[in-house]
Design a protein around this ligand. Sequence first.
Ligand SMILES: [Zn+2]
Length: 103
Amino acid sequence: MIKKCLSCGKLFKPDKMHPYQKICFNKECRILQRSINLRKWRIRNPDYFKNRTDNLEMMKEWRKNNPNYYKEYRKNNPKIKEKTRIYVKAFRERCKQNQLFVD
Ligand SMILES: [Zn+2]
């Protein structure tokens, strides 16, 4: 069965696995399809981002009630500083390699 792409208007043959697809296989059209899918998914899962924000709020609240936790944690785990330093260094190297954030 041949269909007309909703995005570019060209005729195409839908995938056997996705007989109801309305967008063809062109790169641009597939990017569009992905954004449509994402939007549909967000409509189907309205609580996903809400829950994330809730968690953030909870974390903030928790930190407010446990202001010394990270201080204590660092004191009890002196190696964490070194670990963080190595991690940050590796991260910067990756950025440099990918030409990101070049100053
Ligand atoms: Zn198309």
